[in-house]
Design a binder for this molecule. Sequence first.
Ligand SMILES: [Zn+2]
Length: 372
Amino acid sequence: MIEKQICTRCIMDTEGDPAIKFESDGTCNYCNYALERINKVYFPNEIGKKKLEDTLVKIKEYGKDKEFDCIMGISGGLDSAYLAFLGSKKWGLRILGVHVDDGFDSPIAKENIIALCKNCEIKLITEHINREQFMDLTRSFLFAGVPGICIPQDNVLTAVLFEIAEKYKIKYFLSGTNFALESILQRGNLHNACDTVHIEDIHKKFGTKPINDLPLLSLYDRYFKYKYIKGQKYIRPLDWIEYNKDKAIEELKSVDFNYYEGKHYESILTRFLQVYYLPQKFNIDIRKSHLSSLIISGQISREQALNEMQKPMFDEDKIQEDIDFILSNLNLSRTEFNKIMAEKPKYHSDYQCSNFIKYTNIALKFRKYLSD
Ligand SMILES: [Zn+2]
């Protein structure tokens, strides 16, 4: 058995991660790459202030004769909530908020979304998708035994957002993606959510119902059609301010948004993924990525992160409640679920993937080889 190795700067380690590599000083590829990028993408300074001001002028100019300046997905998570709050309350943007009700919202997330939009005067569209088809697709990912069981969710959310933006003729998308809280993400098990070749292959093998009524977004749509043909733009303003997690949580209380512990716990499905499915089946603890990101952006020390890791990942009763909820939504029996959990993990590369993904992966590996 290979002994566990942990990075000497952040807390990423070898557990469940085939992609981690270490330098001779004991630091890992994730934090070294994040530090390489920090000054290129994160501007919590005068440069960021200027970028933000210039962009706000452009967005407002474009939205001048329209009902909205920009659009954003509101999941009930911290990043999108804080961005919606800043955008509307501090920067004066007229935001169209979009939420997709996929059946996995936690009750607190629902309350938070309503309070946030009401108090920030954001118009909210809640889109209801074909629940039966969505559940069947998510269920097929669980049967496939791959790590990314939230790929259908991520895809559908993005697809709906693009559709609504087009309908309302909105060009600017506010994205809560950010460096400060997300610079490190374990790469070994990720797969692009817009790979419809992959989605269709898994569904063909494990699905039981058609998925023709789901709005799915392909790689072509996501990275070419909307960007180059339709000219839509993704803006990441949280990279232009000093984005501090504790400060954001505190400020959001003024609009009755109450943060709950855990990144992406707003959805019962992502909570299950992070606290149960990935750790139990793949030996992946996603808290390491979140805490390591906070170390890199200087919000906590490595020691604090290690202390945080000592806390139990979940409350046993609570997680059983979540599992029951998920099984009932996905129409799965406990026996089927236990079998899935006990089976050998599968990886995304075990199923068909788009050639674009394959070639990009090859290109990335080649570049890495050259830079080495
Ligand atoms: Zn590291």
